[in-house]
Design a protein around this ligand. Structure first.
Ligand code: UGA
Length: 435
């Protein structure tokens, strides 16, 4: 079987490497020459655990190629479309420029029997429009949304919770083609659900909307907890024991960021408005607002501690939107740095992987190469991303590296009792202070 993947960003690069690892002759296509050049050498253009090994194995075995020439998709059995759908500038809606351009570029190279499988996250209704566009070529469309998490992308691609196929009514051939592609994964018992295009598109955006809502729900509880002196972590532990609620995705703190959840809930809301259902998804605006308020709250807490100790220097630990990623798109941690700088505070930051990406996104930020360098000279410490490295810090050692005696834990992740025993005041989000 021959596979092509259009778009070699997060989704596409991982998908192409995964396809090659399943034994298929795979070509990844991207318009970005520099990205293709790196991928050809087996180097991912971003940090993702397990991906370098998978890429190199495919490239070395000759089963994985990368090109900027879309004509090389000719003869593929399945062409996956994995280009980005970012937020449109000046609007909440998704920008479909890359999806449309990918489909247009494919048209001359499609033939009878080719299956084009969309993986990008798109507003409901897009798949049918694209299916109509490719119909004259004899190719067929399937919508096969992706649910991978950054940091676990390889694992989520090769061992997903479920496979979703959106297909045209009665299109058994598209289902058979995807079944063949995913045969190894299906043989392990992974559930596969076949549905209409619109349902498949909605499954993707509603899953992300649900996850975002779960996080904002617990962060709303954190706001209340702060006012009444309750502990949101204990609250999450207690409600999470109810299997109907579940403890996962109930970690209160700085909230969600990244290239998916924030823009997806906005695009979903924008699409609902177009469909005359603005009121139906109105709660997603609240979800977004609760989420963004947490960043201001963290900056406010840091500011208050700086005022208390009479300093203005912050040692920031973590810049990525979450651990095990160098992604700083819509990163809550980086936003907190911005707010603090706007208030005239001096921030020195460290992140195990996001140094370059954060530097590009916020050139004014002083980014250093170690925890020690970030905390030295600081008046207040702040934690913005819950990297394992920070969880494993020995507060007794940190206390010898800095004069700061307070840490604002934006991810409620440090062992507060241990830090307090080492002489630190620990300020969490939605939790009573520990001293
Ligand atoms: C998210 C979804 O989890 C994936 O299933 C989906 O495929 C992906 O978007 C996508 O649409 O491509 P991802 O953006 O990698 O994946 O990150 P998540 O693990 O969902 O985390 C999102 C944000 O929520 C992070 O900033 C994280 O710190 C935050 N978060 C997560 C919380 O604040 N609290 C939690 O309890 C969990």
């Amino acid at each position: 079987m021959r596979i092509a993947v259009i778009g070699c960003g997060y989704l596409g690069a991982v998908h192409a490497a995964a396809m090659a690892s399943l034994g298929y002759d795979t070509v990844g296509v991207d318009v970005d020459e520099a990205k293709v050049e790196r991928l050809r050498r087996g180097e991912p253009p971003f940090f993702e655990p397990g991906l370098p090994e998978l890429l190199r194995a495919g490239v070395d075995a000759g089963s994985l190629r990368f090109t900027t020439d879309v004509a090389e998709v000719a003869g593929s059995d399945v062409v996956f479309v994995a280009v980005g759908t970012p937020q449109l500038a000046g609007s909440d809606a998704a920008d479909l420029t890359f999806v449309d351009a990918a489909i247009e570029s494919l048209l001359p190279h499609l033939g009878e029997g080719t299956v084009v499988a969309g993986k990008s996250t798109v507003p409901v209704g897009t798949a049918q429009r694209l299916a109509d566009r490719i119909a004259p070529t004899g190719a067929r469309l399937a919508w096969n949304p992706e649910f991978l998490r950054e940091g676990f992308a390889v694992q989520d691609t090769l061992a997903p919770d479920r496979l979703v196929y959106g297909v045209a009514e009665g299109d058994g051939a598209a289902v058979a083609a995807l079944d063949a592609v995913y045969a190894t994964i299906l043989a392990r018992g992974t559930e596969r659900l076949v549905m209409r295009f619109a349902t498949a598109e909605l499954v993707k955006v509603s899953a992300n909307a649900f996850l975002a809502t779960k996080i904002s729900f617990i962060n709303a509880m954190a706001e209340i907890a702060e006012t009444v002196g309750a502990d949101v972590t204990q609250l999450a532990d207690a409600i999470g024991l109810d299997a109907r609620i579940g403890r996962r995705f109930l970690n209160a703190g700085l909230g969600f960021g990244g290239g998916c959840l924030p823009k997806d809930i906005r695009a979903f809301q924008a699409r609902a408005e177009e469909l005359g259902h603005g009121h139906t998804l109105g709660f997603l605006r609240e979800v977004d607002e609760i989420n963004l308020r947490r960043r201001d709250r963290m900056a406010q807490l840091v500011d208050a501690e700086l005022a208390r100790v009479g300093g203005d220097r912050v040692g920031m630990l973590g810049l990525a939107f979450k651990p095990n990623s160098d992604d700083v798109r819509d990163s809550p941690a980086l936003d907190v740095c911005r707010i603090l700088e706007q208030r005239g505070r001096v921030v020195r930051a460290y992140d195990p992987e996001a140094r370059e990406t954060a530097g590009r996104s916020m050139p004014s930020l002083d980014i250093v190469g170690s925890v020690e360098d970030a905390v030295r000279g600081a008046d207040v410490l702040a934690l913005g991303t819950e990297w394992q490295e920070f969880r494993e810090l020995d507060p007794v050692v940190v206390a010898t590296q800095t004069d700061a005696r307070v840490v604002v834990d934006g991810r409620n992740t440090l062992d507060a009792a241990r830090w307090a025993a080492a002489g630190f005041k620990v300020v969490g989000l939605g939790r009573p202070e520990v001293e």
